[in-house]
Design a binder for this molecule. Structure first.
Ligand code: XLF
Length: 347
């Protein structure tokens, strides 16, 4: 695929002319001015001051992208986000944006909609912008990242065993969800599973099934959703679940889908939690706003954001990192949609 990875001779000429002009006005060497703009070596405070003054007098704006042609580090991070409408990813992105900014990095946000071609298009664009790194959240095209010479950190779906992956401990989260419903008295439990291409939700299912094996008096069913969990496709999928009112407990694979399930049950006249208890997954801000408020499994968004940004910065700085996989602890956040033990903070 063709992408713009060069600068025109004219632009390069203009830049050189600018640097020459600044050097002349400041009364110092071209090499010093170039070092100053490229942040690539010692420039005395006195020279810096002269350069700043010359820049002001000449009304010259340094072109960050052009500067990146000389330097490899553009101080831009590409953030691939699978679904911009999902509050969990909103929160993850705003956390990472804050942390990257502290390190003087700007982000370019790319929404993939879990679409392979869209994601590939974004990768090419980010490469042409010579971004310093890419955070690939729930990639649908791991192979596209394998041979690029840009540091990549994966969130959830893995790129390769050599690449770093960060995620919540989704397996244990799935186990905890089952256990919480069981301890709250549920004996006919439904799990609404997310699309199979999401490693995270497959792990949640595995944990749920594993925990249920130990409880012989519990009946469990699983229904798989194949939607990308945009509300408009979720609603009909959830309305199609047969006998949903037969269950006294439902574990839904994420909070946004749990909200849609709650609305559907409400429309059917089912009382939550008296007739059916519901638990979601994420602990996004949505859960507290629902009525009744949603019990959920907490994905530690702040820690996930911190570890992802730290690892990215270390990779950009050329560090070899031996540990490739990071799975962070999940916890039950008890709210009003379940009857289990009341705890105001994380269990
Ligand atoms: O990919 C999974 C599925 O949905 C992600 O962690 C989420 O829980 C976000 O809502």
């Amino acid at each position: 695929m063709k992408h713009v990875s060069y600068i025109s001779k004219k632009k390069l000429g203009d830049m050189m002319a600018n640097i020459r002009e600044i050097a002349k006005r400041a009364g110092i060497g071209i090499a010093t001015v170039s070092r100053y703009f490229n942040d690539s070596g010692y420039v005395s405070e006195e020279s810096r001051e002269k350069i700043r003054k010359a820049v002001e007098e000449l009304d010259y704006t340094p072109n960050a992208l052009a500067r990146a042609i000389f330097k490899k580090n553009t101080k831009i991070i590409g953030l691939m986000i699978p679904n911009i409408t999902n509050p969990f990813f909103n929160q993850m992105v705003s956390e990472m944006e804050k942390l990257f900014r502290k390190q003087n990095y700007t982000i370019i946000l790319c929404n993939t909609d879990d679409d392979k071609e869209k994601e590939q298009f974004h990768i090419e664009t980010l490469r042409s912008y010579r971004v310093a790194g890419i955070v690939a959240m729930r990639t649908m095209t791991p192979e596209s990242y394998r041979n690029i010479d840009i540091p990549v950190v994966a969130f959830e779906n893995q790129i390769s065993p050599e690449h770093i992956t960060v995620a919540s401990d989704n397996f244990k989260g799935g186990m905890a969800a089952f256990k919480h419903l069981y301890d709250g008295g549920c004996r006919k439990i439904l799990h609404i599973q997310g699309p199979e291409v999401f490693i995270a939700t497959t792990e949640r299912l595995r944990g749920f099934i594993e925990a249920s094996k130990k409880k012989k008096d519990a009946l469990v069913d699983v229904v798989k959703l194949e939607t990308d969990f945009h509300i408009k496709s979720l609603e009909p999928a959830i309305e199609n679940i047969k006998n949903i009112t037969d269950y006294d407990g439902i574990f839904v694979f994420n909070d946004i889908s749990a909200a849609v399930v709650m609305k559907h049950l409400h429309d059917l006249g089912v009382r939550i939690p008296e007739q059916t208890q519901i638990i979601g997954f994420d602990n996004s801000f949505l859960g507290e706003l629902l009525l009744p408020s949603l019990t959920t499994i907490d994905q530690p968004i702040k820690q996930l954001g911190k570890i992802t940004t730290d690892l990215m910065i270390r990779l950009i700085n050329g560090e070899e990192i031996d540990q490739k996989e990071y799975y962070l602890k999940t916890t039950v956040i008890k709210r009003s949609s379940t009857l289990g033990k009341i705890a105001t903070s994380k269990e």
